[in-house]
Design a binder for this molecule. Structure first.
Ligand code: UD1
Length: 418
């Protein structure tokens, strides 16, 4: 089994480009099937979740081909509308294929998606949106059987701004007749990236980035080339690592505006942060101070995906910081692992209280989920001695190669087969 070994305490310094965004490329990969033709994805990150999407596309009869950092997807030979259970279990995002397959073929069959690591993650809003468009959704023995040959554009009001439900509704609406208006849509930058991609294929979508997204159903007619947007959570991870360990970094291929709540928190903690023109610069002496309460919220609020990462950066800060996790019920599983390294964190329900300690010590720890794993990287780089991180398959879902990136900044970090 592969582990990541870190010897903490080194300053981190250098310039680092940020990979393409997982949460953008996954819905884009599902969306490729709206157009029976070819899509070239530039800057496509090499992630296990991307490989899982590729396996689904291939099962459906599509062709995919890596050409360096570009992924070429040809969906002209798509012939199936079903996704088997073992492919659905690999990741939660597989559910986004539902709207796309319905739009292309008028029917779809799949089981419930995997990934309950953050507590219950229902898909009721996804299914309600598809039903609103006129799709028939039957649930038989754990399988979802959907037919939507005659979907009609409608107003869909989401009871909460779910990212996945907004994406599924957008993709299904491309295959419906007439106009769909999605009210209380998620406003995440990845939704804007999906809209940009859909437009490049010839779909009529507007409003992404606001709470109202409008889609006029029409066939996607164009082959396209799409560059995947930068991953704001990977950027947040590397900023947090430098903040915690001390040093100076310039991230390139990053959008400063997408990270404003994260950089504001790091600034409040005592880092110097400057951004603009596709770059972010951060300097830290590694001696952070506690900050005002961090409450996760839908974009443009503080991202739940950066909660564990910021928490890890503040473990040695002066004072006490309160975190309130408002998005998921069970998103503090990293806390026990951080405590093994000497952190002082108490959790009650949605609230975690972090009291800074003078030092962290390296330990054998285990990734509990993707961003919880990233938090262990951050803590390991700021700890004294050796940290051995197990179950790194969680990290590989969303980070191309954190060892390559953090070693490039001077971190003492390596893969090890144990
Ligand atoms: C996406 C991101 C994930 C991020 C999350 C919140 C991707 C691939 N993943 O996940 O990294 O942590 O947004 O920013 O983009 N909900 C329901 N019913 C539904 C759907 C969602 O109750 O049908 C609830 C969820 O349980 C959760 C909240 O809505 O409490 C937000 O979830 P959602 O925005 O849908 O997250 P995902 O799209 O799964």
């Amino acid at each position: 089994m592969k582990h990541i070994i870190i010897r903490g305490g080194r300053r981190l310094e250098g310039v680092l480009p940020v990979q393409g965004a997982k949460n953008s490329v996954l819905p884009v990969l599902a969306a490729t099937i709206l157009h029976p033709g070819v899509t070239v994805l530039r800057g496509c990150p090499r992630l296990s979740d991307v490989e899982a999407s590729i396996r689904i596309l291939r099962h459906l009869g599509c062709r995919t081909d890596w050409q360096g950092e570009e992924l070429v997807v040809d969906t002209s030979s798509m012939s199936r509308w079903d996704i088997p259970d073992h492919l659905m279990r690999e990741m939660r995002s597989s559910v986004i294929f539902l709207g796309a397959i319905l739009a292309r073929l008028g029917r779809a069959e799949m089981s419930y998606p995997g990934g309950c690591e953050l507590g219950p993650r229902p898909i009721d809003l996804h299914l309600a949106a598809l039903r609103k468009l006129g799709a028939a959704v039957e649930e038989k023995g754990g399988r979802l059987c959907c037919t939507g040959a005659a979907m009609e554009g409608r107003e869909i009001t989401l009871s909460l701004p779910s990212v996945g439900a907004t994406e599924n509704a957008m993709l299904a609406a491309c295959g419906a007749r007439g106009e769909t208006v999605i009210v209380n849509a998620a406003r995440e930058p990845e939704i804007v990236d999906l809209q940009n991609f859909l437009r490049s294929m010839g779909c009529a979508v507007r409003g992404a980035g606001s709470s109202t997204v409008c889609v006029v159903g029409q066939r996607a007619t164009r082959d396209s080339v799409h560059t995947v947007m930068p991953d704001r959570i990977v950027a947040a991870t590397y900023l947090a690592a430098v903040a915690a360990a001390g040093g100076e970094v310039e991230l390139t291929h990053v959008d400063y505006r997408h990270l404003s709540t994260v950089t504001a928190a790091l600034h409040e903690a005592g880092c110097r942060v400057l951004g603009g023109d596709g770059r972010i610069f951060l300097r830290s002496d590694g001696k952070l101070k506690a900050i005002s309460p961090v409450r996760t919220a839908p974009y443009p609020g503080f991202p739940t995906d950066a909660q564990a990462i910021l928490m890890a950066a503040l473990l040695r800060s002066r004072g006490t910081t309160v975190f309130v996790e408002n998005m998921f019920d069970n998103r503090y599983r990293h806390v026990d692992e951080l405590c093994r390294m000497g952190a002082d964190i108490s959790v009650e329900g949605r609230v975690a209280v972090v009291t800074g300690v003078p030092r962290l010590s390296g330990a054998a720890v285990r990734c509990t989920d993707l961003r919880g794993g990233a938090a262990l990287l951050v803590a390991g780089l700021a700890a004294e001695g050796e940290t051995a991180i197990e179950e790194i398959q969680h990290i590989c879902r969303g980070y191309e190669d954190p060892v390559r990136d953090l070693a490039a900044l001077g971190g003492e970090i390596r893969w090890e087969e144990r």
